[in-house]
Design a protein around this ligand. Sequence first.
Ligand code: GLC
Length: 583
Amino acid sequence: MSRSGHDQLVEHMFDQLEPLYGNHPDWPAEKVRIAALIAGEKAARPADLVELDTARASDPAWFGKPNIVGYSFYVDRFAGTLRGVTKRLPWLADLGVTLLHPLPINLPQSGDSDGGFAVADYRAIDPALGDVEDVRTLAQVLHGRGMALAMDCVLNHCARDSAWAQAALAGDPTYRDYFRIFDTEGEIATWEEALDEVFPDTAPGNFTYEAELNGFVWTTFYPFQWDLNWANPAIFREMLGVLLYWANIGIDAFRLDSAPYLWKRLGTNSRNLPETHALVAALRAGLDAVAPGVALLAEAIEQTAQVLPYLEPEDGTRVCQIAYQNSAMAALWVALATGDPEPLSKVIDGTRLRRDDTAWLTYLRCHDDIIWSALEGTVPADVLEQCSRFYAGEDASFARGMSFQARPGAAPSTVGMLASLVGETGEAAIARYRLLLGTLLALPGMPMLYMGDEIGLPNTNAAYDARWLHRPHMDWSRAEASASGRDTGAPFLATTRQLVQLRASLTGLDAKTPVAITAHAGVLMIERGFGKDALLVLANFTAAPARVMKPDGWDHLVIDLTGEGTTTDELPPYGLQWLRRSM
Ligand code: GLC
């Protein structure tokens, strides 16, 4: 990039920040420090990573290629350590996985760390998993295989154990200003009026009293997760520094954890504020100046209208390149419970992307709960309630999930492993899995699998936070038995491998190809791509046979999960077919 291109990016970053920090007394000094930070990291970017940036410049949605399929996992539960992950690469290669998302690997809060989402040191790795050199090596190994490595950057909060929080507790005013601390109960009550609660059952309220602070610290999530004070420009500098540091170690994509919560403003719910969007845009610009090929993934589990600006804001600013398509995820589960894929069709219709550098992250399950309220306004409240009950195993359902955290007035969200939510074992459970995965992989986006789902691992034991119900250890003996066809996991594995590997060869499924989607009488019809690469997917979400209004000419079966072995005008219960036009 030309020098002037670099300067423009830095200028663009400062333009985003000026309205936020312009009046802050530290701003002039911080600007100098931020500019120096960027210059230093730019000079230090290793040549092989610069080469990757250059290659990605002509392929700005590199993560949306049909062969890019992600896999999200806890390192300890999947492979013990980061080095252990390298040993499991053959398993991932057989699955067709090409992008790895290890859940948080930074040094965490001691004891309960919310699954690592309370970070004690952003530049250190949890020693139980390995060290920084292991991350560098893993990235290099993956790059050598044309694969990529994603990493969490927990932007909104750090651990009570962190040096920053400890310094604040010790009374250091510089670090006290890294957090939002209030003196009186009256003050926090005023803020609380407009705030929601993320964990109403396990961590009610948004503030935690700390005697040593002689006040209340903002803690949106658990009391040991202290929200950072993004109104202080030092936080922007620190977190940009973290992104650039890991980008230069070899990270290809950052998952911006809890992105909506960064900026707080009294009288609002302090989520998705314009200032937060400006901060994310500024992080992007700073990263562009050093590592333009590295993608940002927004973790904004909100209704679609709130998520879209993280990807494609109306003013055209480049922000995140990937965002969780959580409305489509929930709508897939609604479709399975109700037999009605219409809401899914509506969500996909309403979330078409226009830029050439963005894609949705599509998924069925992840380490978090299914949040039904994301579909409020798209699906009637009573149907969301019904789905919540259904997946908790009520109302004669096949599902074996549980409810988690009921916000007042909203349907409780759902936890459970994928296999448990589709009925665990047996023909019908497998058919439901095929239907969901076969549909997911045809939607526009970059799919992300969740560890254990590929062999149909069921729920494990729930801890205090019921999301642990779906965070099992990988069962490698079951995995091996599944691979040789000797386990109840075998059909899950065979389906996953078959669909993911086939997808990689279908250019019609690139995230950037158009989509036409309709739902009629329980059947979803998805058309993707152009000409000879075009693909038609038919999916029957009902438990009964369904007639399909298949357009003419789609007679070449790419994949048949109906057992019929032929194109047909009637799909069996949960039947799914991928078709091409006969040439
Ligand atoms: C994100 C994570 C979730 C965590 C929360 C707080 O939503 O996915 O697991 O509890 O952030 O960090």
